[in-house]
Write a protein that binds this ligand. Structure first.
Ligand SMILES: O=C(O)CCC(=O)C(=O)O
Ligand SMILES: [Fe+2]
Length: 487
């Protein structure tokens, strides 16, 4: 570095002497030389030369500041490259989404990766190799732009520059939606893999109850390393801590669920549909804050990050693909959930028993830490259960090969009796769709301050309330009525 800067100084001095373009000071040297020659007066030439010398001297005296600036530039351009490639992946992303990303879990994950990078350099290498084909396919996406430009030519009145950009972006997005070809994921096939010298064989958990379902449950111990688990938990905790500074808005699947929660907490409050924010299944801000105390925050906490938002997402999906043949393009968001003591999760299937093929074919769930007592994942119809162990992955199919939801895949999270449970989950879809794995736009209702979390209480039993760091459309009545189809 020191040698380089000396060489630069020498070069810069030479460039001034020769009046030539050289090194980092080239533009200064060139500009000054040009203005000097056009003036033609020797007094100005001397003045300009003096000016150059002063600039060069100040540069020479502060090499650290200069190199610092260069460093900032390179960091800046790296950021730009990242966000640009993200923009290709998320063409519908708005500016507010970009701002929102600043407070998203991805930032925390990125920090965790920086630490992890020091620990696992070899693994980072493997991932880079894996990313190459995707980068190529991104270039293909970019090639869509000229097509939309061709269409723009038909427009008679020339739109303003920014308008033109906006409309061509819109056009690109709609082209991409139209051109989207769904990939089907019909089964998983678990096999042994090696990660960082760890041998990871799948262990099938055999049903203890006779059944005729296609559901298979596998377990991999040490699927994630201790460092990966700890990094994810830390990122989740920091994010939850930040976001719980604001009280959440609480939503219910029905007024009955709200009544049951109030009754269980010995609150004699009469509630009517008028207590809900119009158009939604959520109660207003004041009532929500009251409920937070009344319900004693009896919920689990879920935070989400999306594919492509962090290196870890690549690391993880690559490992999952190698181990199970579950393909990254069929994967949705990543969700980290933590359960405080006394909290579990209702019995449910991860798929819906309707004809929807764009549904969750398989689930991978990784326990990020041991739980002293309770917190098992249980499949009551199969007689299968698994205990939380740091790094242990549980993977199962929720749908059969024909894309029908298997009712016997029902499962629940037993209440944590002692300890604190953390899991990472990702769902893989039978038929993927354009918006799968992309951070979704947020609904405008209920009106709320930016960064307000939500709590969703789906049913009373088994402590089914869950706090979320992001919003979807489940609580919007119109959405429920129309069963709006996602792109
Ligand atoms: O925490 C668990 O063990 C299960 C969680 C689960 O099934 C879910 O969130 O869909
Ligand atoms: Fe589940």
């Amino acid at each position: 570095m020191a040698g380089n800067s000396k060489a630069r100084q020498r070069k810069a001095k030479e460039s001034v002497a020769n009046g030539k373009d050289a090194g980092i000071s080239s533009s200064d040297a060139r500009n000054d030389a040009v203005s000097g020659s056009s003036a033609g007066a020797p007094f100005w030439v001397v003045l300009v030369l003096l000016f150059i010398i002063v600039i060069l001297l100040s540069y020479v005296s502060y090499p650290n500041i200069a190199s610092l600036l260069r460093h900032t530039d390179s960091v800046q351009s790296k950021r730009e490259i990242t966000s640009e490639s993200e923009a290709h992946k998320h063409p519908m992303k708005s500016a507010s989404d970009a701002v929102k990303k600043d407070v998203s879990l991805s930032n925390e994950i990125e920090e965790m990766e920086e630490e992890a990078q020091e620990i696992q350099p070899e693994e980072q290498e493997t991932i880079k190799l894996e990313m190459t084909p995707e980068t190529k396919s991104k270039t293909k996406e970019v090639k869509l732009i000229p097509e939309s430009k061709k269409k723009d030519k038909n427009v008679k009145k020339k739109p303003e520059k920014s308008e033109k950009k906006k409309s061509s972006k819109k056009q690109d997005a709609s082209n991409e939606i139209e051109d989207f070809k769904a990939s089907y994921l019909k089964e998983m096939s678990p096999k042994k893999i090696f990660v960082d010298g760890r041998r990871l064989p799948p262990v099938e958990l055999l049903p203890q109850k006779p059944n005729n379902s296609s559901v298979k449950v596998f377990l991999y111990d040490e699927f994630l390393s201790k460092e990966e688990c700890e990094g994810l938990m830390k990122a989740h905790d920091r994010h939850v801590e930040e976001m719980t500074k604001k009280d959440p808005i609480v939503c219910f699947d029905s007024i009955n669920t709200l009544r049951r929660h109030l009754k269980a907490n010995k609150k004699k409050v009469n509630v009517t549909p008028l207590d809900f924010t119009p158009g939604t299944t959520c109660v207003n801000k004041t009532f929500s804050s009251q409920l937070k105390n009344w319900l004693k925050q009896n919920w689990s906490y879920s935070t989400a990050f999306y594919p492509g938002e962090s290196r870890f997402s690549k690391v993880f999906e690559y490992r999952v693909k190698e181990a199970t043949a579950l393909t990254p393009v069929n994967g949705g968001k990543f969700q980290i959930t933590s359960y405080p003591e006394g909290i579990g999760y209702k019995t449910h299937t991860d798929c819906r028993e309707d004809d929807e093929k764009r549904d969750r074919m398989a689930t991978i769930l990784v326990y990020l830490q041991d739980v002293e007592e309770g917190g098992e994942t249980k499949f009551p119809e199969l007689g299968i259960w698994a205990k939380p162990r740091k790094g242990r992955a549980l993977v199962w199919n929720n749908m059969n090969k024909d894309g029908n939801c298997e009712p016997l895949s029902i499962h629940n999270a037993a209440k944590v009796v002692k300890g604190h449970k953390y899991i990472l989950q990702r769902w893989y879809y039978y038929k993927n769709f354009y918006s799968l794995g992309k951070r979704p736009p947020e609904p405008h209702l209920p009106e709320r301050e930016p960064g307000t979390p939500r709590v969703s209480c789906d049913e009373y039993d088994h402590g089914s309330c869950r706090w979320y760091d992001e919003w979807n459309y489940d609580h919007i009545l119109e959405y429920q009525r129309q069963k709006m189809t996602l792109q």
